[in-house]
Design a protein around this ligand. Structure first.
Ligand code: BG6
Length: 301
């Protein structure tokens, strides 16, 4: 059984990488000269990330985020897998798949000489997951946590039939105020507008926010930039192996209903999710693998 003690003996590197128990879940704390971060092993969920050159975090975590076995955490980088959004033909199955609410195994962890923390987490199919998704596949999340953050989500088809997956690194970004940011990089893209019954539209110019926004941009591999006039910085989101980008902010009413944003908490976040969703789901042949990778970096203005 994985415990704080076994992980500490195997992987700990003093203050730079340490482990603790929170409500029965294991959290890895990272604190190096380059960055601070916290990673929950349930869901392989990176909860926060702040490069030391930034006064404010880049990855947002709700002040009301709850850590509990089997529950998703509001904020950070939820791993949506092996489907994105509601399940295609069974509404009783969990939204965004099951990967974010089950334990992953920490299979590698090290601090490089430069102070970058590299970890690999693995989710192997088991009886619990096969009830929800009857396929033999393994997911691996590799994180490289430093002044830049890199995340790679690999799916390995270990069965003898092709599988189809939807997925996202559903990143919540910390921003000064939702009314003072623009998202660049999706100009002229086609998108499905989930606040307008999923109708198909085309993006004109940069995205700015004046109400609930929930869009799946399709057939786009572009880098996105979150331009934050309040925090005077730009966050770059560059990706490979991802053909969709989801942009989401709940706004007042939906955030109130969701109950774990806190008063006005939603104003300080925006999700720009690197995904394969909608018609961009991925087919993986037996024995083959697919990787979705994202690099996050900041630039002060
Ligand atoms: C986004 C979806 O990716 O995630 C939204 O496009 C959804 O429709 C949001 O509301 C949050 O989902 P959840 O399941 O974490 O509350």
């Amino acid at each position: 059984m994985t415990t704080v003690d076994t992980l500490t003996r195997r992987f700990s590197s003093g203050r730079q990488l340490s482990f603790r128990d929170v409500n029965g879940l294991i959290v890895a704390d990272i604190d190096t000269p380059l960055a601070s971060a916290a990673l929950c092993l349930q869901g392989a969920h990176l909860m926060t990330w702040r490069p030391k050159a930034q006064a404010e975090p880049v990855v947002w975590l709700s002040k009301l985020a709850k850590l509990a076995p089997g529950k998703s955490i509001r904020g950070g980088i939820p791993v949506c897998w092996p489907w994105f959004g509601p399940h295609a033909n069974d509404a009783k199955l969990p939204a965004h798949g099951f990967a974010r609410t089950v334990p992953w195994e920490l299979t590698e962890a090290r601090v490089t000489g430069d102070g970058v923390v590299e970890v690999t987490l693995t989710l192997s199919g088991n009886e619990q997951t096969r009830v929800l998704w009857p396929h033999s596949a393994r997911a691996e999340l590799r994180l490289s946590i430093g002044a830049t953050l890199r995340a790679g989500l690999t799916t390995v088809n270990e069965g003898d039939q092709a599988i189809v997956i939807g997925e996202a690194l559903h990143t919540y970004f910390h921003i000064g105020d939702i009314g003072a940011v623009r998202v660049l990089g999706l100009e002229d893209c086609a998108y499905l507008d989930k606040v307008d019954g999923g109708s198909r539209k085309r993006q004109e110019g940069a995205i700015s926010f004046v109400g609930e926004t929930d869009r799946i941009y399709l057939d786009t591999t572009s880098e996105c930039v979150i331009e934050d006039a309040r925090l005077h910085r730009r966050i770059h989101v560059a990706k490979t192996g991802s053909r969709s980008t989801v942009v989401w902010t709940p706004w007042t009413e939906k955030a109130d209903k969701m109950g774990d944003f806190g008063p006005d908490g939603w104003r300080g976040m925006v999700c720009v999710e690197s995904a394969n969703a909608g018609e961009n789901v991925v087919t993986i042949k037996p024995g083959e693998r697919h990787t979705l990778s994202v690099e996050y970096r900041t630039e002060n203005q």
